[in-house]
Design a protein around this ligand. Structure first.
Ligand code: GLU
Length: 268
């Protein structure tokens, strides 16, 4: 199927935004990038009738900024405190930009145990369904200020894959700061060619075996490919797009050949 047809057929998507996109090089929230991403999400909602749930990182980064910390602390309690401060700052930013577009947002903070307990999982699903009915955009993050190892998902690439499955999304859209999956680390070689389509996950996994995680976030290409595989096995498309490039989401919806598209390996 052509890219254009795939994107035109989408009804419900999860848009995952990583810390590397939300923050600039000096670790501050990059408000103009966030505003532009919100603008594009609102176009999908208003002009295309797509239901969008967002998974946003950036809580720890935003907390560090408010506390004036330049280096990510190693101490868990300090990370949790930073997340608690940063999460409300992050929501304030989203709330403001969505309100400018006449759209309300709702915050949902999850931990891994929600996905392992049917009652809790069902509650989370119902809440998100109700938010969609109310035309409200759920903004999801891990509940970092209370999550400890036993109940932690650990990174938002994985969390967004769980959410996509939970709400039976048609596509997981991962917004990051590189153009997509490429043969070489684009941080080391800016000319590295982006793979536009992935059907064979074992090949893709081989390519990212040695890649590193980036800056402030906890993800990286490896966790993105593994999240893509998780959703593909459940019949859900996945695309990796560069959020630092203008209009990357709306261009992808027009069928432009940008980013890396992963095809589902199973039917729903
Ligand atoms: N939940 C973390 C935060 O909001 C980010 C995790 C991740 O980057 O994958 O800071």
């Amino acid at each position: 199927m052509e890219r254009k047809n795939i994107f035109q057929g989408l009804n419900k998507v999860v848009v995952k935004i990583g810390t590397s996109v939300l923050t600039s090089s000096n670790n501050r929230l990059d408000l103009s990038v966030i505003e532009h991403l919100v603008e594009q999400v609102c176009i999908l909602i208003k002009e295309k009738g797509v239901k969008v749930a967002m998974v946003s990182s950036g809580a720890i980064g935003a907390g560090m900024q408010l506390l004036g910390w330049e280096k990510r602390p190693a101490e868990i309690s300090q990370l949790q405190a930073a997340a608690s401060i940063g999460q409300s700052r992050l929501m304030r930013v989203y709330e403001r930009f969505f309100r400018d577009e006449g759209i309300n947002v709702g915050q949902i903070l999850l931990t891994r145990d929600v996905f392992t307990m049917p009652v809790r999982e069902n509650n989370a699903r119902k809440t998100m369904q109700t938010l969609f009915e109310l035309k409200v955009v759920p903004i999801i993050n891990e509940n970092d200020s209370i999550a400890v190892d036993e109940i932690k998902v650990g990174d938002n690439d994985t969390l967004s894959a769980y959410v996509a499955d939970l709400i039976s999304a048609d596509m997981l859209i991962m917004i990051t700061d590189v153009n997509g999956l490429s043969c070489e680390d684009p941080k080391k070689n800016s000319n590295s060619k982006v793979i536009d389509l992935v059907e064979d996950f074992s090949k893709a996994e081989q390519m990212v075996k040695n890649t590193s995680t980036s800056g402030c976030g906890t993800g990286g290409m490896r966790s993105k490919v593994s999240a893509a595989r998780y959703v593909a096995e459940r019949g859900i498309y996945c695309v990796i797009l560069n959020g630092k490039k203008m209009w990357s989401i709306t261009e992808a919806f027009k069928g432009e050949n940008i980013g890396t598209l992963f095809l589902p390996s199973n039917k729903r």
